[in-house]
Design a protein around this ligand. Structure first.
Ligand code: P61
Length: 465
């Protein structure tokens, strides 16, 4: 098997080196066995996230040089507005410093105390912003998404029975809005089909409910629609994107992913009321409505990146590089979520480390072991990310206990993928010797970012918490 051919050549490089085994052991201990707390210079291949880690093109860097840093009315804002209108089809845009800034404005505007927000699986920042606005997020994704072995081509789809039951049970006035994520991150980067989006719209029309998309990885989702959904085989990606967005009332967008930039975000809508309310808030929390926390040069890079990231040839390479890593791991019998998603390969930590109880945090353990073994940084996506129940205060143990190997866009070569796969396959062969972790520091919000752990020695079946 071979990796995909890159549709670009490399103009600038950044040196990386693999720290010694001794330094890796020290570094992970110093980081409290939390890969978020590692120093970047201690990392060889950084697969922590695809967020803000893309390599920009010469065209984007050229755009940075024409940054108009006027406080008000920057011309780069209007370029960004035009790019959003052309690529996504929304009329109004409110810029923000990154995705969670947009979530804050949008979700606060649309959610009243005690309301429910159905969504196709939670995302950490989305959940916290709905909760801070007084709402509760309820998962209405199809059951297939919770099964790592299930090969459904659109595992990100909304389950209509679950959604309708929720609306009927609570009444439509209790539903703040319906939230649909593209290429569902926590499910493994799994796409939503066009048919599902269309039907969600119809259902919500019946109940007069607003539909808000999390379009963060919508271009990658559009690629999967073209690859897998009948009737879209030859449709240009931009046409697919515009049809997708036509089924929503608005979106939040973290530009740090599919827009191939290091920082930025926005919300967009065709709804004048949402626009006016969020535009009123942006000046309080982010900055003036023509920059929203971004420099002019950053808005230019987002505008150009949104167009570049929707090019078919680029997306084909992108999705296939992620798939290449997934295939290599599968060949080495490493248990991964199937099918391989858009932005990352997810390892099933429960199958990788079956000897560890859930309270020993198998995914957290595995991500720290992968780093110590190879210098590759990955991320826990399981019970630590999920957090505690808002009412009982107890840890929630989601069905998926995963380690995410997230591939930055246009940054690593196929040889980096091969190194990563070989190291993890070697680790899998000695998996029985891996001891679990004990959490010794737990922050109140988004605990996974700063939590600290200690390594237990074998036998570690005793649960202390
Ligand atoms: C990531 F560990 N994602 O995947 P912002 N919606 C969606 C996202 O994936 C997303 C945001 C909104 C990140 C960064 C990150 O628990 C974590 O621009 C589907 O990051 O504010 C971000 O966009 C928020 C990593 C965020 C995490 C939260 O790596």
């Amino acid at each position: 098997m071979k990796g995909p051919v890159e549709p670009f050549k490399i103009k600038v490089i950044e040196s990386v080196k693999i720290p010694s085994e001794k330094r890796r052991m020290e570094a992970i201990r110093e980081a409290g066995f939390n890969t978020f707390l590692l120093l970047s210079e201690d990392v060889f291949i950084d697969l922590l996230t695809d967020s803000g880690t893309s390599a920009m093109s010469d065209n984007q860097w050229a755009g940075m040089m024409i940054g108009d840093e006027a406080y008000a009315g920057s011309k780069n804002f209007f370029n960004l507005e035009k790019a959003v209108q052309d690529v996504l089809g929304y009329k109004y845009i409110v810029p923000t410093h990154q995705g969670r800034g947009a979530e804050h404005l949008m979700y606060k505007t649309l959610t009243n105390e005690g309301q429910i927000v159905p969504r196709n699986m939670y995302f950490t920042t989305s959940k916290v912003h709905v909760e801070l606005a007084g709402g509760t997020m309820v998962d209405v994704i199809i059951d297939n998404a919770h099964d790592p072995e299930n090969g459904h081509p659109f595992k990100g789809n909304i389950d209509f029975k679950k959604l309708e039951k929720l609306i009927e049970e609570h009444g439509p006035e209790k539903i703040a809005f319906v939230n649909v994520e593209m290429d569902v991150n926590m499910a493994g980067g799994q796409p939503v089909s066009m048919q599902n989006l269309r039907e969600v719209r119809e259902l919500c029309n019946n109940y007069k409910l607003k539909v808000i998309f999390d379009t963060t990885r919508s271009s990658e989702n559009a690629y999967f629609i073209r690859e897998r959904e009948k009737g879209y085989e030859n449709t240009p990606i931009v046409d697919i994107l515009r049809e997708m967005m036509s089924y929503s009332d608005g979106c939040i967008y973290s530009s740090k992913k599919d827009c191939l930039v290091n920082i930025g975000g926005f919300l967009a809508t065709n709804d004048k009321d949402i626009f006016q309310k969020t535009r009123g808030m942006v000046v309080v929390y982010e900055g003036l409505h023509t920059y929203g926390g971004m420099a002019g040069r950053d808005m230019e890079a987002v505008a150009r990146g949104l167009r570049e990231g929707a090019q078919y040839e680029y997306l084909k390479y992108r999705i296939n590089q992620v798939r290449y890593l997934g295939e290599l791991l599968k060949e080495g019998n490493v248990p991964i979520v199937k099918p391989v998603g858009g932005h990352a390969v997810f390892i099933d930590a429960l199958k990788f480390l079956p000897h560890l109880p859930r309270e020993r945090w198998p995914a957290q353990t595995l991500s720290s072991e992968i780093y110590a073994d190879s210098g590759v940084r990955t991320m826990e996506r399981g019970a630590i990310s999920k957090g505690r129940d808002k009412i009982t205060g107890k840890n929630i143990f989601p069905k998926l206990e995963l380690v995410r190997l997230t591939i930055p866009r246009r940054v690593y070569t196929n040889t980096h993928m091969e190194y990563t796969a070989e190291s993890i396959i070697n680790l899998y062969e000695k998996k029985d010797t891996i001891p679990g972790l004990k959490m010794v520091f737990e922050p109140e919000y988004l605990r996974f970012f700063q939590a600290r752990f200690e390594q237990l020695s074998f036998p570690q079946q005793v649960i202390y918490s």
